[in-house]
Design a protein around this ligand. Structure first.
Ligand code: SAM
Length: 239
C-alpha cells in the first residue's frame, strides 16, 4: 500500500534515528522547551486529558523516551510501561523518575515495529512525537493493535501539517532556519535537529495517517488538530 509519503531506505532511517536520539538524549528536555517555546508541555497535557488514564489501567507509552508523557499518566494512577528503541533516552527518563519520585514505572527497550509483548495486554497505547521516527509505520500500528485488549484505545500525538496558510509558512521558515541553529548552539548538533525537522515534513497528512490507523484494524478513529493541525491527536479503538 502506498500512502503517498516519501519512502527512505529503511535500514538507513533506523540507523539515523538511533544515532540522532543518542546524541540528543541529554539535552532533549531543554531543547523541547526552547524549540516549542514551552508549548510541548501544553500539547502533552491536552494529550493526556484526551487519553484519560484511570487508576490501575495498563498503558504502554511507546517511544516514551525520557518519560514526559508517562509521568503525566502515572500521576493519575495508571500502570505505565515506557518502551523505546533507544536505551540512552530511557536512561535519562529513569534518572528523572528517581529525581522526581515517580515509582512503579516499567522501562523497557522495544522496537515499536516488533514488540516482545504478548497479545491483548494493554488497556491503552500512547505514542507522542514518536511515530514519525518509526521506519515501518504500518507495522508499528499493527503491533499497537495486537498488544491492546478488546476495547483498548490507541492515541498518537504527532506533528502534522497545519491548514492555516500564513501560520504554516511562518512555522515552516522558523523550523527550517531557526530550530537547527538552536540545536547547533545548545545541543552542539545542528545536523540532528535538521533531521528532526525534515522528518516532520515527510510525515503523512492527517487524512492519510488516519487511513493508516484504520488499515491496522482500528475503528472509531478520530483526528483532533491543534493549531490548525501543526500538531494532531489521532485516536482509534480496538473493537
Ligand atoms: N514520547 C517522548 C516525548 O514526547 O517527549 C519522546 C519523543 S522523541 C521525539 C521520539 C522517540 O522515539 C525517541 O526516544 C526515539 O528513540 C523513539 N523511537 C524512534 N524509533 C522508534 C522505534 N522504532 N521504536 C521505539 N521507539 C522509537
Amino acid at each position: 500500500v502506498s500512502y503517498g509519503y516519501q519512502q527512505v531506505d529503511p535500514a538507513e532511517k533506523t540507523r539515523r534515528v538511533g544515532s540522532v536520539f543518542s546524541r540528543v538524549a541529554k539535552n532533549y528536555d531543554i531543547m523541547n522547551d526552547l524549540m516549542s517555546g514551552g508549548l510541548h508541555r501544553l500539547w502533552k497535557d491536552a494529550f493526556v486529558n484526551r487519553v484519560k488514564p484511570r487508576p490501575g489501567e495498563a498503558i504502554l507509552d511507546m517511544a516514551g523516551g525520557t518519560g514526559d508523557v508517562a509521568f503525566r499518566m502515572a500521576k493519575r494512577g495508571a500502570d505505565i510501561t515506557v518502551a523505546d528503541i533507544n536505551p540512552d533516552m530511557l536512561a535519562v527518563g529513569r534518572d528523572r523518575a528517581l529525581q522526581r519520585g515517580h515509582e512503579g514505572l516499567v522501562w523497557q527497550v522495544e522496537n515499536a515495529e516488533t514488540l516482545t509483548f504478548g497479545d491483548r495486554l494493554f488497556d491503552g497505547y500512547t505514542i507522542a512525537f514518536g511515530i514519525r521516527n518509526v521506519t515501518d509505520i504500518p507495522a508499528a500500528l499493527r503491533e499497537a493493535h495486537r498488544v491492546l485488549k478488546y476495547g483498548g484505545r490507541f492515541f498518537c500525538l504527532e506533528f502534522s501539517t497545519t491548514e492555516w496558510p500564513v501560520f504554516g509558512e511562518v512555522y515552516d521558515a522558523y523550523s527550517h532556519k531557526v530550530v537547527p541553529k538552536i540545536g547547533g548552539l545548545v545541543a552542539k548538533d545542528e545536523e540532528a535537529y535538521r533531521y528532526l525537522i525534515e522528518s516532520i515534513r515527510r510525515f503523512p497528512d492527517m487524512p492519510s495517517f488516519r487511513r493508516m490507523i484504520e488499515d491496522a484494524g482500528f475503528t472509531q478513529t478520530r483526528v483532533e488538530p491543534i493549531l490548525g493541525g501543526l500538531v494532531a491527536i489521532h485516536s482509534g479503538w480496538k473493537a
